[in-house]
Design a protein around this ligand. Structure first.
Ligand code: PEP
Length: 250
């Protein structure tokens, strides 16, 4: 049985005080959840304030990115050790915005996933096709490449604590959600690729989130699919009420 995991990806929103306000408001009337991991991925500069606000609650903290070296001459980057010091448990790796806007490729993401495991951070590893790729019949080849290259050489024993987020790029921030059937079909395919790389026993333990315009109104149906083990939520995670609605659906 895979424990559902709902993660808020705030992207470049919420400085420290807004981040703390969100958490304090969310925790006033948190949904009554039993066995569901709820994660907040805050911007780097808001991690300390978010860590303080979530302490003593069941909310878990994530970063949205990291570099794969421990320290050194990498101006503007943040190391995994720094994230651990701020009590991060998770780190998003390879979000489609990192891939598309900042040019992060499979080889770089592979180094980041390996480093996250090495230090004890749990990666939320993002994959997903663009609309052109889907329309061009490349859905399966793109996903297969992203999984096989991004997770190349990763110790299978580390995979149950790795979360994979399937996010069709055309559904991110567009209001256009994959239908539950489309999402389930793609997620089952992701799991079959994971089984090819790590074996079926391991792939059955890996939590695969869906991401792409998840909202309180569509969350239950998406999360009811057999291979959808949670959601990575952008826009609808910015207000405590709508994020809570999605958590409640899980
Ligand atoms: C995301 O940023 O990962 C995401 C899924 O965004 P949204 O929910 O806004 O589509």
């Amino acid at each position: 049985m895979r424990t559902p995991i709902i993660a808020a990806n705030w992207k470049m929103n919420k400085g420290p005080s807004e981040a703390a306000d969100f958490v304090n408001n969310y925790l006033k009337t948190p949904p009554d959840v039993n066995k569901c991991d709820v994660v907040i991925a805050a911007p780097f500069v808001s991690l300390a304030a978010t860590a303080e606000a979530v302490s003593g609650s069941s909310l878990k903290l994530s970063a949205q990115n990291m570099y794969f070296e421990e320290n050194g001459a990498f101006t503007g980057e943040v190391s995994p050790g720094m994230l651990l010091e701020l009590n991060c448990e998770y780190v998003i790796i390879g979000h489609s915005e990192r891939r598309a806007i900042f040019g992060e490729d499979d080889a770089l993401l592979n180094k980041k996933v390996a480093k996250a495991h090495e230090v004890g951070l749990k990666p939320i590893f993002c994959i997903g096709e663009t609309l052109e790729e889907r329309d061009g019949g490349q859905l399966e080849s793109v996903i297969k490449r992203q999984v096989e290259e991004g997770l190349k050489g990763i110790d299978p024993a580390k995979m149950p604590e790795t979360v994979v987020a399937y996010e069709p790029v055309w559904a991110i921030g567009t209001g256009r959600t994959a239908t539950p059937e489309q999402a389930q079909e793609a997620q089952a395919f992701v799991r079959s690729v994971l089984a090819g790389v790590f074996g079926e026993e391991i792939s059955d333990q890996i939590r695969i989130q869906y991401g792409g315009s998840v909202k309180p109104g569509n969350a239950a149906e998406l999360l009811g699919q057999p291979d959808i083990d949670g959601a990575l939520v952008g826009g609808a995670s910015l207000e405590p009420e709508s994020f809570a609605g999605i958590v409640a659906a899980a």
